[in-house]
Every structure is written in C-alpha cells, then in structure tokens.
Design a protein around this ligand. Sequence first.
Ligand code: 5GP
Length: 212
Amino acid sequence: MIREKGILIVISGFSGAGKGTLVKKMLRTYDNYALSISMTTRQPREGERDGVEYFFTDKEQFEENIGRDGFIEYACYCGNYYGTPKAYVEEQLEAGKDVILEIEIQGALKVKEKFPESLLLFVTPPSAEELQRRLVGRGTETPEVIAKRLARASEESEGIEAYDYIVVNDDLDVCVAELHAIVDAARRAPVRREQFIKEIREELKGFAKGAE
Ligand code: 5GP
C-alpha cells in the first residue's frame, strides 16, 4: 500500500456553529484524524485547560513565536491573537494523519495560499436565528462579546465562497458523517495521490519499454 501524506483540513464556521463539538466527535469516531491545538492570547473559559483546548499565552510570547516563524498561520480575532503551531502539523501530515485546523477565515485563506492542496470546509448552523440562539444558550460570553461575534459572523459570511464545501450543522451525527464523506472523497483527488500516480507511471513505463 502506497502511503500518501495526510490531508490538511481547515474547518471554519461562525462562532457558535458547533465546530468544537463536531471536531471532537470526528476524532472519537474515526482514527485518521489529528487535531492541531492552537496558541491564543485569549483568556481561558471556565473548564478550558492549557494544552488541551489551546496553548494559552501572552502577547509577548505569541509575538516571539511569530518572529521565530513558528506558525503555519496566525490571525487577530476580536482583539486576540490565534495561531497554528507548525511543528505538530508537519509531523502528523508526514505520518499520514489528516490534520484538522479549526480556525477562522483569515487563517483559512492563508493556509490555502501556502498549501493549495488543503481542504477548506465551512460549517454553519441552519439559520442566523439559530446561531444567535446557540451563542446565547452557551452562556460562556457576555452580551457584548456575543454582539461582537455576531457582527464578525456577518463579515465572515462574505468569504464563504473561498471554501471548498459548506456543511450545515443541524444534526450533529449527520454533519460528522457528511464531513467525513467529503474528506474521504477528497483523498481520491489526483493532487492528493501524488505517490500513487508517480509509482503507477513508473511501472507503466517499465511495461511500455518491454513492449518496444
Ligand atoms: P474561540 O475564542 O471561540 O475559541 O475562537 C475564536 C475563533 O478563532 C474561532 O473562529 C476559531 O476557529 C478561531 N481560531 C482558533 N484557533 C485559531 C488559529 O490557530 N488560527 C486562526 N486563524 N483562527 C483560530
């Protein structure tokens, strides 16, 4: 069996779209995924642990890491830095894992520019009303922050066309299955089967020579 590198998967979506829950379920259900843990300068929410949900850090350390070229991408979102540390992602892709980056749109666009073979998925709730309901229901943000995040969602909706697929998160299990099916299909695209194509070409050349 020819081993290809893993797929770099970007999952974005409005804050409150349920990305976190979806990604956790994908990791639990299938064994081909690895999740990149981002670094952020945002304060931890209650129950969030350093090194699990995020690597929590301060502005100085974050900027030092930018200087060391330690990020695949980074962005500023609602006043805080968020970035994808490079080393883990590269390691996991080499090991054949499909690596999930759960990041916002500016970062997603940077990833696509650097890695054109990456797969960009956008997750959305069925409606704007449902999004607001989920953000309020989560109870982790103040009304002011919720308003900021909804305004940001409106801006982000302008960029959806940059993604390869849009998936509606109405029923969690259905959405997880859809995301997995998309990744599975994407694996069959020639840009992601470079090794296979190279090897079969070599072999065919060998046969062609034999027939001369
Ligand atoms: P939250 O504060 O709700 O955890 O995340 C806010 C936004 O930042 C979400 O849209 C999330 O996907 C995004 N985000 C998390 N980590 C990263 C990262 O490493 N890079 C970028 N560009 N966005 C991130």
